[in-house]
Design a protein around this ligand. Structure first.
Ligand code: GLN
Length: 233
């Protein structure tokens, strides 16, 4: 039952990494963004209080599986590996992995990173799908090295100061980070297209409830309204 014995509402705790604009980021003392607002709308619809716990991206799944958090929502891509430790909700957004380079970079397409003889240093955020792709396709094939950062913004900072050659990261944060730095651009070719979803402890009864709430929030236009607030067409 969602109501505790004392009549107070139970709290849904959302684990996230609030370094990922426009999905979750700090605005003053608050954590705002698409996921923060959709998470809050889901909690409200299901009759829970709502709390966001900010942590490193690669701590989110452990927080969920250990029960410290009710769910994880962090522009998180559904992957076969993650499905071994958590369940995912229906997807609520599409994510695209892109490559950020300096405006004058010799890297002009994703192909330049993957072709024989390539030797680039690639920045990623630890534990993200960008990290997984770069580890498998680039480092794993001897086509370059990887620098891992706790925050995407730090990877982009490193690129801006010339310490690395590119950053592989999700498109919407990439747009925000490129806007905040001079002399950077996003390659036209995309690295991968992915589905974002909310993760839960395996067999949690919350998954079905959240899917139900999510469906209603999509149907009544709430989800699109939140997305449109943060992503200008
Ligand atoms: N979509 C990417 C992933 O799931 C990055 C998410 C993030 O950095 N918040 O790995």
């Amino acid at each position: 039952d969602k109501d505790a014995a004392n009549g107070e509402k139970e709290t849904l705790i959302m684990a996230t990494n609030a370094e990922f604009p426009p999905y979750e980021y700090h605005e003053g003392q608050n954590i705002v963004g698409i996921d923060a607002e959709i998470g809050a709308a889901i909690a409200e619809k299901l009759g829970y209080n709502f709390q966001i716990d900010d942590m490193a991206f690669d701590s989110i799944i452990p927080a969920v599986t250990s029960g410290k958090a009710s769910f994880g929502m962090a522009g998180m891509t559904v992957t076969p590996d993650r499905l071994e430790s958590v369940d995912f909700s229906d997807s609520y957004a599409t994510g695209i992995q892109v490559v950020i380079v300096k405006e004058d970079s010799t890297i002009t397409s994703v192909d330049d990173l993957l072709k024989e003889g390539a030797k680039h240093s690639v920045g990623v955020q630890t534990g993200t799908t960008g990290d997984i792709y770069a580890s498998d396709d680039i480092e794993g094939k001897g086509l370059g090295t990887i620098e891992r950062y706790n925050k995407g913004a730090d990877a982009v900072q490193s690129l801006a100061t010339g310490k690395i050659d590119c950053v592989i990261i999700d498109k919407e944060p990439a747009k925000a980070f490129v806007e905040a730095n001079q002399g950077l651009k996003i390659l036209d070719t995309e690295y991968a297209v992915e589905d974002y979803a909310i993760c839960f402890a395996k067999d949690s009864e919350l998954t079905e409830k959240v899917n139900g709430a999510l469906k209603e929030l999509v149907a009544d236009g709430t989800v699109q309204k939140i997305i449109d607030k943060y992503i200008k067409a």
